[in-house]
Design a protein around this ligand. Sequence first.
Ligand code: BES
Ligand code: MN
Ligand code: ZN
Length: 503
Amino acid sequence: MEITAKQGELQKQKTPCLVLGLFEGKALPAALRPLDQLLDGLLSRLLRDKEFSGRHRETLIIPTGQHLPAERLLLLGLGKDKGAGLERLRQATGSLISVLGARGLTSFASDLPLLPLKGTTLTERCQAMTEALLLAAYRFDRFRTVGREEFPPLLSAARLLVSNASERRSAEQGIGEGQAIAAGVCLARNLVNEPGNVKSPEFLAEQARRLADEQGLSCTVLERPALEAEGLGALLGVAQGSVREARLIILEYKGGNSDARPIALIGKGVVFDAGGISLKPAEKMEEMKMDMAGGAAVLGAFCAAARLKLPVNLVGIIPAVENLPSGSAIRPGDILTSLSGKTIEVINTDAEGRLILADALTYAKRYNPRVVIDLATLTGACIIALGHQASAVLGNHEGLIRQLLRAGERSGERLWQLPLWDEYAGQIKSDIADVKNTGGRPAGTITAAAFLQKFAGDYTWAHLDIAGTAWEDKGQPCIPKGGTGVGVRLLVQYLRQGAAPQR
Ligand code: BES
Ligand code: MN
Ligand code: ZN
């Protein structure tokens, strides 16, 4: 899809479709008056007669006859202007994809970037629109061999209209940023949507190597002999139920000063989670191919960060395993010795994410990170607590959590904080080992984080539980069914808003 910024007047645009954004309950904006005059007052009449009210995502298509160079107008509602922000713009823009697609329209021009949205810049609005278009147009169709012709044609060109040369430069900057971010999100989505038979831990490693080659990152992959020599006993324990061996994938991006401490991003990479000997029920088990969404988000964030040339140093760590039951799998009751030296009593083999993350968190220490953020589809309890509207954030540093919450608001990938009081750790005390891997039913998301905290040591750390947000089963304007790529936009926003040194 080609997205461009153009300086020009609405009434002069030659396009199959001129998209005009309108707020609910407002008179015709002054900027649309020349257009209205050419249409003999049609637009003001439509608004006056409530033929079009401007409700969020309402659309009305109007053929223009001989009145305009544009073949048709598409009025697009943005809802009440009070409280409208970037997310409203993203959703409205995203809905264009299906509306235009249904009519076979493959290009449009629009005044949407110039619509006033409180507290936003033109660059941000163009970034948001670009993200929305590319993310709404995303498809995972590489396994379709029949029926492809039923898909509506995808948009090939979007022209964002601005009024002068300086605005055009700001718009172009936003478009470039949106493209970089969307590329990261789509990479993450592709990896999540890939079926389990394709995506082994080695497949993830291969994807990381390829990304590193493309973007000039460095990539190291540890295989079993190295993992054994280093002593990543928790990671190896989970891996031993599958014939596909574990990998520890490490990426490094150096955009900051050579002596600046890196930010470590850790992503859970369980390529398929059957639960192990504590086998999951069959219902919806197929969705557990998404259990590497945290790892996918880390790869996506590296992709975007490198394209944006963000001035930070990053290290990414993805423990990749498959959690299957077999004659060689770990059993409930087994005790694993983690890389940290701490022993872990495995109560439930389905609580595997925290085991592999424990070793990854310990491994991160050798990079002396100033901040560590882990992302994981960690607990079903998180879906019970927050549903699919927000990821959970917990951690040991309120300043970091506050920055992440803000990045969540700004990026549209919302977070909600859960408490991590010391008392919760009582639930994961083991009688015979240093810690056990489950804390019973109460506060499952929190006790999982309390477990991770024991391995995060004393560095500045936050944990994001994305179990409820990594997979979409209904489909939203900018999020088609399947892997959502959640975390990429959030992380990029966090890194851009000045991941200010903590403490
Ligand atoms: N990957 C799952 C969590 C999950 C569930 C993610 C549903 C997305 C959707 C995780 O490994 C798991 O199985 N967690 C267990 C923990 C329990 C055994 C303490 C859970 O949530 O049931
Ligand atoms: Mn599990
Ligand atoms: Zn899992």
